[in-house]
Design a protein around this ligand. Structure first.
Ligand code: AMP
Ligand code: MG
Length: 522
């Protein structure tokens, strides 16, 4: 189905649900410059957010507003909240639902698209970077299929919280500008309070965006999209004769760096479908994600991930698989000017085959930093592998093990007790610690500098699942945002030990983690 036909066929039915934006707001709210709407007609359906009955601001990200050059006070004022709820379309916006396809759990869906999101427009932030401003949960679109186009308070606050935690951990991510309650019930397994999230992204272009056009044989559109993302994300490639291969390489390199960061904080995305993998290299879609507690490479939390496709340890493999799907979309662009189809395949294969080494380099470098090592030695990989094997064998909390290793580096007191206490078999831990000390002492004697460097990369606080659930339940079931605010405070200073925040560093009771399941945040 073409986009135009999709719009014609569905808009009649949906027209009643979609309330066009009414009165214009002060132009100062956003200074939009909408390149996607302008440069890529045919890649989206222009659409309007649905009206909601009683918008109420749950949280505004004032720091992000400032970074985007926006007036936080104006956004938090009643007129601003109307915009963040989708009741009014701000001046300069060109709201649209993007078309995309995607492999979901390995099976290809030729048409997904923004079924409950709208890109309002783009702004240039204070650093001169172009950022998308999008609503999520803003009602049905021509891409909604059976869905209601809505979002619930719990999942919206989860996305807000995890995104900010990732940002604070230094991991590329889309971010929440605001969460607004709609005053409307959303029907899931039970009725839930509805909400709209305002999402900020370097762009919302995904591997699945390329797949949408490639699957229809619209190779000129794949080229237009590739040229667009090169101009937006990799402008230095724009004039290069091999720019499409260069784009694939850049996307792969960004994903290699990203996934390595996930792995080194124990993050499990949970739904690494190709429509949830960005071209920009930002993490997107915090639906069924979770942080690992005790170390287990097989860990999987998502209730719908029956085969463990998106288990912790599969993430780099899946990233590579997804990149191969991106590569396929680019083949017709590469097989031109005397390049045979076989040559094109060989070119992309070289990139895809290089991915594991790129990933490994990032992952190992991250591990070395976490181990407090400044130089790279051949034996470091075994040292790290044996450490992880030890954590696995003794079911040790991943985050605390690394953090207490930093404490153990402090030779002033040789504070190894908190670390040793995490292990049942202390002799095994001691044997490994001895090797690690020998290796790190060889790098120099400044142990307090080493400990400080380790504390700067080994967080004390991650968004622990039981605390996230507790905060979301308080907000959604009791309209009590205090636990959310407190947890947000905790996870946005993840490397600092703070008095009063002790419980945010503690693992969940083991029984709780064993049965923990996440659900797609719809
Ligand atoms: P996600 O699992 O959130 O990445 O979504 C996968 C696809 O399902 C995307 O096309 C979404 O727009 C669509 N989708 C998810 N939830 C809903 C919903 N409640 N209403 C309409 N579409 C949805
Ligand atoms: Mg998605």
């Amino acid at each position: 189905m073409t986009l135009r036909r999709a719009q014609r066929r569905r808009s009649g039915k949906l027209g009643a649900l979609a309330t066009p934006g009414s009165s214009a707001l002060p132009a100062s709210l956003f200074t939009f410059d909408n390149s996607y709407a302008r440069e890529l007609p045919g890649f989206y359906v222009a659409w309007q957010p649905a009206a909601v009955p009683a918008p109420r601001l749950l949280r505004l990200n004032a720091a992000l507003a400032e970074e985007l050059g926006l007036d936080a006070q104006a956004l938090a004022a009643p007129d601003g909240v109307q915009v963040l709820a989708g009741n009014r379309v701000p001046e300069g916006a060109s709201p649209l639902a993007q078309a995309y396809a995607g492999h979901q759990f390995g099976g290809f869906s030729p048409q997904l698209g923004d079924g409950r999101a709208l890109l309002l427009g783009e702004v240039m932030d204070r650093h001169g970077r172009r950022r998308d401003i999008a609503l999520k949960g803003s009602g049905r679109t021509p891409f909604s299929r059976g869905g209601d186009g809505k979002a619930a308070v719990g999942p919206v606050l989860r996305e807000y919280l995890i995104g900010e935690a990732m940002q604070a951990l230094g991991i590329p991510t889309t971010r929440a500008l605001a969460a607004v309650a709609t005053g409307e019930a959303v029907q899931r397994e039970r009725a839930l309070p509805g909400a709209v999230l305002t999402r900020v992204a370097a762009s919302h272009v995904r591997v699945g965006t390329f797949q949408f056009f490639a699957a229809r044989g619209q190779h000129d559109d794949v080229r237009r999209l590739a040229d667009y993302v090169i101009a937006r994300h990799d402008p230095d490639l724009a004039a290069a004769p091999d720019r499409y291969l260069g784009l694939l390489r850049r996307v792969a390199q960004r994903q290699a760096a990203l996934i390595a960061q996930w792995m080194n904080v124990g993050f499990i995305h949970g739904v690494m479908n190709t429509d949830n993998m960005t071209i920009s290299g930002e993490t997107i879609d915090y639906g069924p994600c979770a942080y690992m507690e005790s170390y287990d490479p097989e860990a999987v939390f998502s209730s719908i991930d029956h085969g463990g496709r998106y288990a912790y340890r599969n993430q780099p493999l899946i990233a590579r698989w997804n990149l191969a799907r991106l590569a396929e979309t680019l083949l017709p662009l590469l097989a031109v000017d005397g390049v045979t189809p076989d040559d094109a395949v060989a070119q992309v294969t070289e990139v895809i085959d290089a991915f594991p080494a790129w990933y490994d380099a990032h992952w190992r470098a991250g591990q070395r930093a976490k181990l407090g090592l400044q130089t790279a030695q051949p034996e470091d990989a075994a040292l790290a592998d044996d450490w992880l094997a030890l954590l696995h064998a003794q079911q040790v909390d991943f985050t605390l093990a690394w953090r207490h290793l930093a404490d153990a580096a402090d030779a002033g007191e040789r504070r190894a007790e908190p670390l040793r206490d995490l292990f049942v078999d202390r002799a095994a831990a001691d044997a490994w610690l001895q090797r690690w000390r020998a290796r790190s002492d060889a790098e120099g004697a400044d142990t307090s500098a080493r400990a400080a460097a380790m504390r700067a990369v080994n967080p004390i606080v991650i968004p622990r699942n039981h605390l996230v659930e507790e905060a979301l339940a308080a907000a959604a079931d009791h309209d009590d945002l205090a636990p959310f605010e407190r947890l947000l405070d905790a996870v946005t200073q993840p490397f600092t030990e703070r008095a009063g925040f002790e419980r945010y560093a503690e693992p969940a009771p083991r029984e709780l983690t064993a049965g923990y399941r996440t659900f797609c945040g719809t």
